[in-house]
Ligand binder design. Structure first.
Ligand code: NAD
Length: 497
């Protein structure tokens, strides 16, 4: 059986802690590999490699960094299909979806190639006689990325590309559930001519994360995962003097107004709720139907389609849904379905009975649909992160917006309507970080930025886009005087004329 290594100083390094975790193929339920779980001294070795590489990398000209990112991007495109297969095999998402998710990561690498323009400073000429002021964006040092299981290519690429392009060196701690692709990405960086020690990968669990959060050589931590861990990482990292951005869980609402085209809404909901088996932080998990007619008609449209979802092993073509990531996660989702039933919601379609012929040990679930979900239910308040769509019935637009705004999570939301004024009011006023108007999954492109509000994100900066340039750099401002005039003594605060 395959045993993964860490990747330190541009070479694979065997795990020495003696602790390993199983990596599964969710389509078959078989263990496909083992991943080492690093101890403190292994984490320290990865940090030391990054620390050693930092002076030279941060002094590398911005044009050279841009050229390496350009070669890296070209190779990422070359290996896109190989990486997608790795994602699909260990995560379980269908292969077409895996290809798309890799692409969304490559797009951030592509954006980072423009670092010559993105990291430019500011210059004010002649603010007083012979005096100019200029500001520079300097890299921070060793920065850490800690990533979740559900996007093992895209999220490591969000973090590593922007951190490296801005002149930092990286230690990435990917999810222990699907480490193949993050390790491959670091190797590809070396193939692109990235210097050794600039991009390191350490595999592990809480022990590795804690070692990273407590090491004073680490200057910043970018985290994406569930809210309780995001909060813990944010509090621990900032208490230890590090810059931190920590993205957490989600419960994304779609508001459906009576004037919306319900055929389009049903199509949009199928992909947004059941794509990637609902294991997306931008999945739509709640449909807010304004009026009973909307709810009744949507149930009519959705029910047969959910029952007929094309489910199979992740590498098969033309499917709609693969398995969930682990048996444990599948169990958790099934418990939420039972919780919904016990709390009194109407289970219109129950996906728990689904089993794939020939793959009975795979972690498959069918799609589930609930109606009459209410805001006091725990199955509504908490994130399910599976192929479960909950419909709620509300009287009007204001009630729908209040539900989306009042929920503890505020990652994404969308509104489907033909009414421009309602859509604009919703986008303007809803307390959520990313909004779609007649767009079900409003994940911004690489040249904007990604981030939720409330318990979906802790810290001040979003992922990628200019927000990432700000997160991974600190500003230095220089005031310089070149003048023939003699400097005169002045005991009051300098006020330039
Ligand atoms: P998770 O929180 O279990 O794990 C995320 C990372 O934290 C992993 O690298 C894991 O090894 C590490 N970790 C786990 N337990 C830890 C602990 N006790 N102490 C320290 N580190 C620990 O999340 P997951 O299950 O891998 O991913 C799914 C979650 O991620 C969902 O909640 C989803 O909404 C969220 N997510 C959020 C976004 C976003 O941008 N907001 C994007 C993708 C996923």
């Amino acid at each position: 059986m395959k045993t993964y290594a860490h990747y330190i100083n541009a070479v694979p390094v065997k795990g020495t802690s003696g602790r390993f975790a199983d990596v599964f193929n969710p389509s078959t339920g078989e263990v496909s590999a083992q991943v080492p779980l690093a101890n403190v001294s292994e984490v320290e070795n990865a940090i030391a490699a990054a620390q050693k590489a930092f002076p030279a990398w941060s002094a590398t000209s911005v044009l050279s960094r841009s050229r390496i990112m350009t070669r890296f991007t070209a190779l990422l495109y070359k290996y896109q299909a190989e990486m997608a297969e790795m994602v699909s095999l260990e995560h379980g998402k269908i292969i077409e979806d895996a290809m798309g998710s890799v692409l969304r990561g490559i797009e951030v690498a592509e954006f980072s190639c423009g670092i010559t323009q993105l990291q430019k400073g500011e210059f004010s000429d002649n603010v007083a006689g012979g005096i100019d002021i200029y500001s520079m964006r300097k890299p921070l040092g060793v920065v850490v990325g800690i990533t979740p299981f559900n996007f093992p290519a895209m999220i490591p690429l969000w973090m590593a590309t922007m951190a490296i392009a801005t002149g930092n060196t990286v230690v990435l701690k990917p999810s222990e559930k699907d480490p193949a692709c993050p390790l491959r990405i670091a190797e590809i960086f070396s193939e692109a001519g990235g210097p050794k020690g600039v991009f390191n990968v350490i595999n592990g669990d809480k022990e590795a994360v804690d070692a990273l959060l407590h090491d004073s050589r680490v200057k910043a931590v970018s985290f994406v995962g569930s809210t309780p861990i995001a909060q813990y990482v944010y509090e621990t990292a900032t208490k230890n003097g590090k810059r931190c951005q920590a993205m957490g869980g989600a419960k994304n609402h779609m508001v459906i107004l009576p004037d919306a085209d319900l055929e389009s809404v049903a199509n949009a909901l199928m992909g947004a709720a059941f794509g990637s088996a609902g294991e997306r932080c931008m999945a739509i998990s709640v449909g807010l139907c304004v009026g009973d007619e909307v709810a009744d008609r949507l149930i009519e449209l959705l029910t047969p389609r959910i029952k007929a979802l094309k489910i199979g092993t992740s590498l098969e073509k033309n499917l709609e849904m693969g398995p969930l990531v682990t048996a444990e996660h599948r169990e958790k989702v099934m418990n939420y379905i039972q919780m919904g039933v016990d709390e009194g919601a109407d289970l219109i379609v129950d996906g728990r009975g689904f089993s794939l012929k020939g793959h009975e040990k795979g972690y498959f679930l069918g799609g589930s649909l609930f109606d009459h979900v209410t805001k006091d239910m725990s199955s509504y308040k908490e994130e399910i992160f599976g192929p479960v769509l909950q419909l709620m019935r509300v009287q009007n637009f204001e009630e729908a917006m209040a539900l989306a705004s009042d929920h503890q999570y505020g990652n994404g939301t969308s509104i489907f309507t033909a009414n421009g004024a309602a859509a604009r009011t919703y986008a303007d006023q809803v307390e959520v970080g990313m909004v779609g108007i007649n767009v079900p999954i409003p994940v911004p492109l690489a040249f904007h930025s990604f981030g939720g509000w409330k318990d979906s994100a802790f810290g001040d900066h979003n992922q990628f886009g200019m927000e990432a340039v700000r997160f991974y750099t600190k500003v230095k401002t220089v005031t310089s005087r070149w003048s023939k005039e003699t400097i005169e003594a002045d005991f009051s605060i300098p006020t330039l004329k």
